[in-house]
Design a protein around this ligand. Structure first.
Ligand SMILES: [Zn+2]
Length: 342
């Protein structure tokens, strides 16, 4: 069946026909702000073309509508996404799914108040409370300030005119992005779910699945059974995820539940599509080992700082882990889980 959307795709730059590890990339339409990679059958990975930090989004072009997954890092980036989607199809955006509550995936939500926003009840709870006070977010803001200061210092330090112009352009781009944060007014999901919800849109079945706690308490995977594709947000990337809000003890089992789905392409919340599904096994082994080694330090009364310097995971060569040590934030989170399991 030839879907209606296919005739509407406007390819603004190149059309690449290539095979990467079994994934046929039919087209990569690009706008001023986004590159779309068609994973399969109207399921597009949407990535920013500028270098500032952002999450992936997914654009699902159905027979008569469009469903989006994740709303990007700021309202400004969300507006760019909406404008770019219009170059792919004239079908209206009918729903947004939040993979989880983190700011880089959900702080564009306020641009979607005219359609249902679907999220886990945990995501609602986090976003309806005080999302701008969440430690993960305030650390993100602090990171922006640090990066701005570094970039300003680099501009000041160079005497090369051409290099200065390049660095200043990068600084201007990043400073504008940081100003975009002022506009953020978080909007929680308007439709919540626990374990499972299915959207039937034209000929497409979209399964929204909670597979257990992992990167947060409410990670949703979006599974396309007919196309054997799954979008995992940050619960499964090509390697370990940010662990500051994570449930490292439960995460390997959640990934086991993910592996029980029938798919051969994993679309993560950051980075490119993954077809080497052995990466999931490597990350499971890493989390199990990280949990055990950190718990051993905790049992021995080792401080977070010392544990952070000495936990050795360099046996995970394929991740790859090359240096001894784990981020203090990760150790602190695991210590907190050990002391307050819930
Ligand atoms: Zn996240």
């Amino acid at each position: 069946m030839i879907s209606k959307h296919r005739s509407m795709v406007r390819v603004m730059t190149s059309v690449a026909i290539c095979t990467t590890a079994g994934v046929l990339i039919a087209a990569q339409p690009t706008t001023d702000t986004h590159r779309f990679t068609e994973i399969r059958n109207g399921i597009y990975l949407a990535q920013s073309t500028d270098p500032v930090f952002n999450s992936n989004a997914v654009v699902i072009v159905n027979d008569d509508d469009v469903v989006l997954i994740d709303s990007h890092v700021t309202p400004s980036k969300a507006r760019d996404l909406i404008a770019s989607v219009k170059t792919l199809t004239s079908n209206p955006i009918s729903a947004l799914i939040n993979s989880h509550h983190h700011w880089d995936h959900a702080h564009g939500n306020q641009e979607f108040t005219d359609i249902p926003i679907i999220g886990h009840e945990f995501t609602y709870m986090k976003m309806a409370a005080a999302p701008l006070d969440e430690a993960t977010y305030t650390r993100g803001l602090a990171g922006n300030d640090t990066r701005l200061a570094e970039m300003r210092a680099q501009v000041a330090a160079t005497s090369d005119t051409a290099e200065r112009a390049t660095l200043q352009a990068d600084l201007d781009l990043f400073a504008a992005h940081v100003r975009d944060f002022d506009e953020i007014s978080p909007v929680p999901p308007t439709v919540t779910m626990n374990d499972r919800m299915t959207l039937y849109r034209g000929s497409r079945e979209i399964q929204i699945r909670f597979l257990g706690r992992a990167h947060t308490g409410g990670d949703l995977a979006v599974y396309f059974p007919d196309d054997r594709v799954v979008f995992t947000g940050d619960m499964a990337l090509n390697g370990p995820s940010y662990l500051g809000d994570g449930f490292v003890d439960e995460w390997p089992q959640t990934l086991e539940n993910l592996k029980a789905l029938d798919f051969d392409v994993l679309v993560p919340g950051h980075g490119n599509a993954v077809t080497d599904l052995n990466r999931i096994d490597l990350v499971q082994a890493y989390y199990r080992d990280l949990w055990q080694k950190t718990a051993a330090k905790h049992r021995s009364g080792v401080t977070v700082e010392n544990a952070s310097r000495t936990i050795d995971l360099t046996n995970h060569t394929e991740i790859p882990i090359r240096q001894v040590g784990v981020a203090p934030l990760t150790v602190q989170r695991i210590y907190d889980r050990l002391e307050h399991p819930d």
